[in-house]
Write a protein that binds this ligand. Structure first.
Ligand code: UDP
Ligand code: MG
Length: 317
């Protein structure tokens, strides 16, 4: 039985400065929508006082739940954990740094009531993010869009509402390397968007280091497209043909024209070039193999240290 009309999943990593305002604005918005709501805070191994704050919210409000993960597993996994435990007709994923305005949930919910299964919040403006981040994100999503065979919405993060149907489908996707926004796009269903201005982070620092961002970007590509493998093999083919022609020319000029080409420069350039291309190709193949490795190991995605959710209840009904 679905107990709630709406469930909110909030991944939290070192957000002590933002949680109180977030909680107040969230509950205010939710109460105006329905009194059958739940908020699930997923504490992703914060090393500040975030969890203490979450425990206080839960103590005062029986609609607040928490999953305290045993360490930092990363944003996508924290949200995936929340998705496995939520129990409502629809679920909203929202960042805890107040970049995603909680008030927009009313608009997302209104669209859900119109019959949409996925309502994603599309960014009109992104305040306070570096030029480099905006540029790389823009280029990356345009590239990804060309490489996959389904529609990926541009200028949208994970701030969105999804219906229970979508939550169930996501929970049944077996991959270990999560890239939720593309997984949801891959699923299809009736999708729409609501526009909003993305604010700057209120307090604290971004938990997404460059290495986490690269990991996410690679997971997005290797999880949804085999194009890099295709391009690498094509590149190998083109370079082989070119090398073959150069060899023929070298033999021809030695035996027929009697001109032996001397020169260290040409040699070192071609050796370095081929070496570079080979390493790049092995790296691309390695990315795919590493995915296979992760998936074969089949470890649990996350470990829960503490929760106030009754785990014996079958949340997937
Ligand atoms: N987050 C998380 N685990 C992490 C990194 C981030 O749960 O390892 C949470 C973080 O608390 C926030 C959301 O994921 O609610 C988005 O992270 P952040 O604001 O740091 O990313 P950015 O907006 O800079 O891309
Ligand atoms: Mg943020």
């Amino acid at each position: 039985m679905l107990e709630n009309d709406i469930s909110i999943i909030v991944p939290v990593y070192n957000e002590e400065g933002n949680l109180s305002e977030l909680y107040n604005r969230l509950t205010k918005t939710l109460e105006s929508i329905s009194n059958k709501y739940q908020i699930i805070f997923v504490n992703d191994g914060s090393n500040d006082d975030s969890f203490v704050k979450i425990l206080a919210f839960a103590e005062n409000n029986p609609k607040v739940f928490y999953l305290n993960l045993s360490r930092n597993f990363g944003h996508q996994i924290a949200v995936s954990a929340g998705l496995e435990y939520c129990n409502a007709k629809c679920t909203v994923i929202i960042d805890s740094d107040l970049q995603d305005p909680p008030e927009l949930i009313s608009e997302l919910y209104a669209k859900y009531r119109e019959g949409f299964d996925v309502v994603y919040a599309k960014r009109k403006k992104r305040k306070g993010e570096s030029f480099l981040k905006k540029l790389t994100a823009k280029l990356y999503y345009r590239l990804l869009k060309r490489w996959v065979s389904f529609e990926i919405p541009l200028d949208a993060g994970d701030f969105r509402l999804i219906s229970k149907k979508v939550v169930n489908a996501i929970n049944n996707m077996p991959e270990q390397n999560k890239f939720l926004r593309a997984q949801i796009a891959w699923l299809g269903f009736k999708q729409t968007n609501v526009l909003f201005n993305r604010e700057t982070r209120k307090h604290g620092e971004s938990g997404y280091s460059y290495s986490k961002m690269f990991r996410l970007a690679f997971d997005g590509i290797t999880g949804f497209s085999d194009k890099p493998l295709l391009y690498v093999s094509r590149l190998g083919f083109v370079i082989s043909i070119f090398s073959f022609l150069v060899i023929i020319y070298a033999i021809f000029s030695h035996y027929v024209l009697k001109e032996t080409i001397t020169g260290w420069t040409s040699l070192i350039i071609s050796a370095a070039f081929i070496g570079g291309i080979q390493l790049l190709s092995i790296g691309v193949i390695g990315e795919y193999i590493s995915r296979i490795n992760t998936n074969v190991k089949g470890r649990p995605l996350y470990i829960i240290d503490a929760t106030n959710i009754d785990c014996d209840i079958d949340n997937k009904s």
